[in-house]
Design a protein. Sequence first.
Length: 135
Amino acid sequence: MKILIVDDDVASAKILEGILSSYGRCELATSGSEAIDAFGIAFESNDKFDLVFLDIMMPGLDGHGVLREIRTIEDDAETDRKRRVRVVMVTAVDDPQDVMNAFRNQCDAYLVKPIEKSQVIGQLTKLGLLEQDDV
């Protein structure tokens, strides 16, 4: 599994990388524009990401904007819904409006920091990216 972790807080990104690295190859991006560049390059070279963990609150282009851009790239390429990257939105603020916006922008899951390994594994299992044998 190829995973993109997007967070402007390097410590948070490293924590996620520590959890996820045993399940796949992780790449880190520290800004929205860096995330879009990484996603676009991987998409165009047919080395697509299977999973994106995307922080919502970032300076400049926030997670909602990045998610919209990811879905636009996939829509423009007429990517089948079942083959789209799975996106887990991550935030430090448990705001119902953010949750609604994230799902409106077609995220697949939503986690509130601090994130625990059991939450991550639970979401990956729900998304069909892990089987019980993998845990």
